[in-house]
Design a protein around this ligand. Structure first.
Ligand code: 6R9
Length: 664
């Protein structure tokens, strides 16, 4: 567990919700929740009268084809959870038709293309036609309810169109982040048994092309079950390979289809998507989210946590390849009939004012990004921010990793001009939507704390060893959730046993989040970081085992051990220890070859920042690598190695510490 010796409790400065939210000017509405008393009343209702609470909000937020009569079913003990199990709805109808019917000219997406000045809008009316045409294309491929489609696309509106066209037919999508390599893509396509892949000729990020179609071609060499590849023309590069009849151009296929397609009602528990995420082992998990509960969680949290009202322009900078992009670029905003910004570029292209110019140009009212971006932009100085007019902003959010109080304060003062609420939202791919978060008009914030549970989330802090629940305040342990909530993942695709073993069995009766946490003297929650073999690099989850197996794939490598090292910019950085097979010489060329091996096998996000070639790894007498020692050494805590009685050869420690101090 990452330890943090700061005393966070009552001493921390408390920031009250900004007056500008409580006393809105210019005809703006008051926040949905304007005081802690209101939050507490709603929270209590969600916990004490869950059927009443969830029936009300599920009917307020969503339109059902067949109303549900039962709110929930199953338990964390049995792992058989279902929400609104006899209800039926269609997710794309809820996200698009409802608003297109009322006002087709309402803007659904503002697309900010890679090149500044090239933004465009997609209205709800246009979105509906595009989704329908594409759904008819997918139908013509012979896809039927329950089939899986893989999406490997840049951040363009068509990526959302692809997701929603799947939802319209009850198909299950699996979006793979377009920074993943061909072998990572192949692994996910095969595991999900996808029959169709939707991609683009190329993507563009910071003016650099990403060869998405070429990567798909490479991946599909090992996925014979894929029948069709639908290719959207993004850059128009003529050198992109095209293999008809497997490959089909998006623009040609949709031109042949009628722009209306009736939505297929699905059961609330039918899967909406799979999303692969890293776990403790090398094999990524296909987390399964359902249609009704997930959509309710995404839209309800967005409404309350970002205080979304009519005419707001919401911008979440996450890629649609991650859960944050699913819930807060696509499903949440559209289910509210709101306007969502799709940002294709990077925060520093063409310069460090890109985000802030985006806010100014589109009068963004809520902005949501990651601590790693905040820390990186802060390095470019305040002027890059203050030269832009950010007066439209009301709520600014953070997600993906703990935000250090300094970065929080800068975000609040320089970006928010001390006039906005800062929401530090804690959640996971598996939780589907926010679970611990402030509410902008209500919660007094403490920088670095995600504050209090969202409606319906009953938290517990457990003793990591005994599993006993630690009652009262001022306690630290592992974070757990005591009862099911609508947007929680239901299973891991094809491996329910792994789902049970990862989340529900470690502490029977609880959902185990994999994070350490404490509750301070005032009842605020502080997330301390992962307690498993998952590291968090720039808000991206990486499994140490995945990186290790990529390294071992190189012919020179005997063994490897990967740990997270503290990093000022990225939160954690990947630090790899490698031993070589006999006959291989440790040198810089080999080191860069090994780093390259990881990039090609997994993708650039898994690039080790440090790679140390060592003669031996610390091991137990039974031959297990003791990663705890490596973690302590790279964190500069070699004086706190703890119990070393199991270490088979203590003499390697001094050499190891010396090698690390040279490398870091
Ligand atoms: C949404 C998302 C989940 C892991 C999670 C935790 C870390 C996310 C955080 C945070 C502290 C926050 N995490 N938000 N830690 N404060 N506000 O990021 O999903 O990619 O599945 O990562 O990220 O460690 O367990 P995912």
């Amino acid at each position: 567990m990452t330890t943090d010796n700061q005393d966070h409790s009552a001493q921390t400065e408390i920031y009250q919700p900004p007056a500008r939210l409580a006393n809105p000017e210019g005809g703006r509405e008051k926040p949905w929740v304007s005081s802690m008393a209101e939050y507490e009343a709603l929270y209590k209702e969600s916990i004490n009268e869950p059927n009443k609470f969830w029936t009300r909000v599920a009917n307020e937020m969503l339109t059902w084809d067949k109303p549900f009569t039962q709110v929930s079913h199953g338990s964390l003990t049995d792992g058989d959870i279902a929400w609104f199990p006899d209800g039926q709805l269609n997710v794309s109808y809820n996200c698009v038709d409802r608003w297109a019917m009322k006002d087709p000219s309402r803007v659904a997406f503002i697309y900010e293309a890679d090149e500044p000045g090239q933004s465009s809008k997609v209205t709800y009316g246009e979105l509906l036609s595009q989704i329908c045409s594409l759904a008819n294309v997918l139908n013509s491929f012979g896809l039927r309810k329950g089939d899986t489609v893989a999406i490997y696309m840049p951040m363009i509106p068509e990526a959302a169109v692809a997701m929603l066209a799947c939802a319209r037919l009850g198909l299950v999508h699996t979006v793979v982040f377009a920074g993943f390599s061909s072998s990572s893509l192949a692994e996910r396509v095969a595991d999900a048994r996808a029959r169709v892949v939707i991609t683009a000729d190329e993507g563009l990020r910071g003016s650099r092309p990403i060869r998405t179609k070429a990567i798909v071609d490479e991946a599909l060499k090992s996925c014979s079950e894929v029948e069709k590849v639908l290719v959207f023309r993004r850059t128009g590069n003529e050198n992109v390979a095209f293999n008809a009849p497997r490959d089909v151009w998006w623009h040609e296929a949709v031109a042949a289809q009628r722009p209306y397609c009736p939505p297929v009602p699905v059961n609330a528990e039918d899967p909406l998507f799979l999303l692969y995420t890293s776990g403790s082992t090398g094999k990524p998990k296909g987390v399964v989210h359902t249609s009704g509960g997930y959509l309710l969680g995404a839209s309800l949290t967005l409404k309350y946590v970002f205080d979304i009202h009519d005419n707001d322009v919401f911008c979440c900078t996450a890629d649609i390849g991650w859960i944050t992009g699913h819930s807060y670029v696509v499903y949440g905003p559209l289910a509210l009939g709101s306007t969502s910004v799709i940002f294709e570029s990077v925060p520093t292209y063409p310069d460090a004012s890109r985000y802030w110019r985006l806010v100014e140009d589109h009068k963004i009212t809520q902005f949501y990004t990651a601590p790693t971006a905040i820390r990186a932009l802060r390095r470019h100085g305040d002027e890059a921010v203050t030269r832009c007019d950010l007066s439209s902003l009301r709520v600014i959010g953070s997600v993906g990793e703990p935000i250090n109080p300094d970065a929080w304060t800068w975000y609040n003062e320089v970006v928010g001009g001390s006039r906005c609420a800062v929401v530090d939202t804690y959640w996971q791919t598996e939780t589907g939507s926010h679970v611990i978060t402030p509410l902008p008009g209500a919660t007094p914030a403490k920088p670095g704390s995600a504050t209090f549970p969202f409606f319906g989330i009953e938290l517990a802090i457990l003793d990591p060893t005994t599993g006993a629940e630690l009652e009262g305040n001022d306690v630290s342990g592992v974070l757990a959730i005591k009862r099911p909530w609508p947007s929680m993942a239901r299973t891991i695709a094809g491996d329910h046993k792994r789902f049970l073993e990862t989340y529900l069995k470690p502490y029977p009766g609880y959902y185990f989040a994999g994070d350490g946490a404490s509750r301070d003297a005032d009842g605020y929650y502080w997330i301390r970081g992962r307690v498993d073999d998952v590291i968090n690099v720039s808000g991206h989850r990486m499994s140490t085992a995945e990186v290790e197996s990529a390294l071992i794939g190189h012919h020179a490598v005997a063994e490897s051990a990967v740990v997270g090292a503290p990093d000022e910019l990225t939160g954690q950085a990947i630090c790899a220890f490698v031993t070589l097979k006999d006959g291989f010489e440790a040198n810089d060329t080999l080191k860069s070859e090994l780093v390259k091996e990881v990039r090609t096998r997994i993708g650039p996000i898994a690039t080790p920042k440090t790679l140390i070639l060592v003669d031996e790894l610390p091991k137990t007498r039974s031959g297990k690598i003791i990663r705890r020692i490596l973690r302590k050494v790279v964190a500069g805590e070699a004086d706190q190695l703890g119990d070393l009685s199991t270490l088979s050869d203590p003499s390697i420690l001094d050499i190891l510490i010396r090698e690390v101090s040279v490398a870091l």
